[in-house]
Ligand binder design. Structure first.
Ligand code: G3P
Length: 223
């Protein structure tokens, strides 16, 4: 499973990129607004850090506007995947843009039927939002499982990005569903690293070493 970071904060992207496990980045208007920075500058900086796809979202809701914005966004870098909200105009725009070779990520997917239509239109990615469905007492991951089954039934090339991720369980379940990608906020990324028994274990190993050998370092001990 590929790991994307769901953020527009460049310092978070640099940090996770340094862990060696970052495959791409997703942004949205809310995340960009949080930075207060110029959108183009952010996108250029992100594209200089990550090798994989970088999602950038349109604001227009009509077909012509979406296509115009998508063309401009895709000029920023060949890594850009244009995020298009799932609407009738969005669907048309995805069909059109895919014929121009522009990568698309259909966002705000809340049902398997929406994902199926987006894939038929030629979307590069679909982004089902699990957390927002969980918030209204639906099991978001059930939708992801169904989408993954449908896509593999028909060998769609469209990749599933599990989005609106709120906790480590979402990440593990995305992997169990066989989703291609999970996009994770930085806070959840940090939680994925943590286990109290790992911390306790490290503390105990170091304490036992110190009890037996004092301050002798490992490098001195194996000389
Ligand atoms: O980038 C789209 C998605 O991940 C948003 O998540 O937490 O605002 O529902 P959230």
């Amino acid at each position: 499973m590929k790991f994307f970071l769901d953020t527009a904060f460049v310092h978070e992207i640099r940090e996770v990129a340094s862990w060696g496990i970052l495959d791409g980045v997703t942004t949205n208007p809310t995340l960009v607004a949080k930075t207060g920075r110029n959108y183009r500058e952010i996108l250029e900086e992100i594209c200089s850090i990550v090798d994989g796809p970088v999602s950038a979202e349109v604001l227009s809701l009509d077909f012509e506007g979406m296509v115009r914005e998508a063309r401009e966004l895709s000029k920023v870098s060949e890594k850009i995947a244009v995020k298009i909200p799932f609407t009738k105009d969005g669907l048309k725009a995805v069909k059109y843009l895919s014929s121009e070779g522009i990568k698309t990520n259909v966002t705000l997917i809340f049902s398997p039927s929406q994902a199926l239509l987006a894939a038929k239109a030629g979307a590069t990615f679909v982004s089902p939002f699990v957390g927002r469905l969980d918030d209204i007492s639906h099991v978001g991951m059930d939708m992801v499982r169904t989408i993954c089954d449908i896509f593999s039934n028909y060998d769609f090339e469209t990749e599933v990005i599990v989005a609106s991720v709120r906790n480590p369980i979402h990440v593990v379940e995305a992997a169990l569903c066989g989703a291609h990608i999970v996009t994770v906020p930085y806070s959840v990324m940090e939680l994925l690293l943590k286990h109290p028994l790992t911390d306790i274990g490290i503390e105990r190993f170091l304490a036992d070493w110190k009890k037996a050998f004092g301050n002798i370092s490992l490098l001195d001990a194996i000389k």
